[in-house]
Structure formats: structure tokens, C-alpha cells
Design a binder for this molecule. Sequence first.
Ligand code: SAM
Ligand code: SF4
Length: 328
Amino acid sequence: MNPLIDPFDRPITYLRVSVTDRCDLRCVYCMSEDMSFLPKSEILTLEEIDQLCSAFIEAGVTRLRITGGEPLVRRGVMNLIGALGARLGQGLDELTLTTNGTQLARHADALVRAGMRRINVSLDTLEPDRFARLTRWGRLDQVLAGIFAARQAGLAVRINAVALRHENEDEFDAMLEWCGRHGFDLCLIETMPLGEVTGSRADSYLPLSLVRARLRRRWTLDETDYRTGGPARYVTVRETGRRLGFITPMTHNFCEDCNRVRLTVTGTLYMCLGQEDAADLRAPLRRGDDIQAAIAEAISRKPKGHDFAIERRGAGRGVSRHMSVTGG
Ligand code: SAM
Ligand code: SF4
């Protein structure tokens, strides 16, 4: 099957699917403490999500990432993951997950049975008090138990950490060392202006160019062209043998070779994480219209890139949706 091609000649082969906007944590950079969530009537059933994913696979998408909100808090989500896993080798090359890890200990074996080989777990700090403050409701030991259960089940784990000035910027050496010791890759992410949160984005924004320069004082970072098809750019840490990724939407615009689109739990397709334009796939799906035509029309509107900015003075440019809506 030929992949979908957007107006800038980029093949769209990667779909990120948010299966819920809800979460059992309230990370300070992602959500406000009193988030309101979508009513049930608005959200797709798991069967509808499966139908839309299947339509994308038919259209040429080869990689799916399940995300949220926290995907593992949606009741029945393992049935969906199992159904999607059955498409592996039949058009689908890879099925992955981004999770906060709180429910991983229960689900790790089933993820492997569904055909998953690697997952991303978000973990911004290894210090229990800091973890509790950053996630508002989280317990570090629960997440660590999930991460080790995933490793035990045979999943390759990449730890994702959002780089936050004054919060975890003193911990990256320790995290790199910890990941090396336990066999995990680490990926650092620049904070993006998505949705209203408590506190100022400008205060917590930390350019990864700075972090990289600091890490070079202690570690040998060897260039590599390893790619997973996502936005991360990697180096290999010579001392640990593990990879270190950087996702730099702010300091280095990663749009030119974007291959991704994002489906929310209401069936809204966002062609770009950093733009408001979207296509509704729920109505055509529920009417029984031609979904392939709706997908192709949406892809024909994929913009060239985002125009995020976080300025030290002034409001900065962002989008009003929280990351938990579009999915990370
Ligand atoms: N709940 C799951 C988790 O935390 O991994 C999946 C969804 S979460 C929205 C996906 C990723 O987005 C997480 O790694 C999180 O740290 C990141 N994220 C959330 N808000 C962000 C923001 N404003 N800027 C950059 N990354 C963000
Ligand atoms: Fe939940 Fe993930 Fe957002 Fe944290 S980053 S509040 S775990 S959706």
C-alpha cells in the first residue's frame, strides 16, 4: 500500500492515538489540578478507535503509538491493544505505547503478548519528593515497579523526561547513569506551550542545547543516525553504551521530515501538534461515510510545521489544547 503523502511530499506513516483524555496523575507542565474531562458521550468507543486505526493501516500507516491522557487507565484498553496487535505483520509494522507507568506492573505481560516490543515511560525525576510534587498525585515507587516489570516482561523501555528549569535540571547526569545501569535509553524533551497550566512556561523552559552542552562535560556523546521514526534525535553515550535522545521542538524545529498525525479520543485528527486545524473523523465514521476519503482530505491539509515560541517576556505562542488531549 502506498503511504499517504502530504502537500510537502512527506509520507504519513505514523499515527498516534489518544485513547483517553483522563489521567491518574496531574503533571504540572501537562495539566492543571482541576482539569475537566470530556463527557462519555463525546468519546469514541474502543471498537470505533479500532475501526479508525484499521482505516489508517489500510491507508498506509505502518506504525501506531497508543497514548493519552494515561492510556492504561481506560477500561478495556488491553482488548483494543490486543486487537491492534493482531494487525502486526498485516500492514502494521510496529505497535508502541507511551505511559506514565503507574499501571504497568499489571499490564506488562499482556503488552508483550499483544506484540509490543518497546514502550516509552515518562519519568522526570528519580527523587520521590520531587516526583510527588511534579506529578501532584504520583508515587515514584509505583512507577519504578512498573518500569522494572516491563523490563522483566521483555519490553525495551525508553525513559522520557521533560527538561524543566529549576525542577530537574540538576538530575540529568544521575538519570543518564541510572538508565545506563538498568539498560534503558533516555530521551529528554523540551517543554511545549500546550494548554493553560499553573505557573509560567517561560520560567520552566530549558533549551536542550544548554543541557547537551552541560552533559558533554561528563559524558562522551557519539553521534549516531539511529532513528525510531519519531521526532527524537539520538546520540550514544560511550560510557554506558545506551542511547540518549533529544526532542527539541523549540530550539530545533523538527517539522521538515514529520511523518505523523494524531487522533484524539473524540475522533478528531490533528495534522500537527502545534496547530489548531483538525479534521473530524467521528461524524463520517458514525454516518458510515467513506473514511478513506475523509483521511485523505485531512492529510491534504497537513501544514508545513508548528510555530511555537516561548518568550522570556510576553505570552509566547502556543495552542490552547493540553498535551493530554492530543497525546504525546
Ligand atoms: N500519560 C502518558 C505519559 O505521561 O507518558 C502519555 C501521555 S503524555 C501527554 C505524553 C508525553 O507528553 C509525556 O512524556 C509528557 O511528559 C509529555 N508532555 C506533556 N505535556 C507536555 C508539554 N507541555 N511539553 C512537552 N511535553 C509534554
Ligand atoms: Fe498524565 Fe502523562 Fe499528562 Fe502526566 S504527562 S498528567 S501522566 S497525561
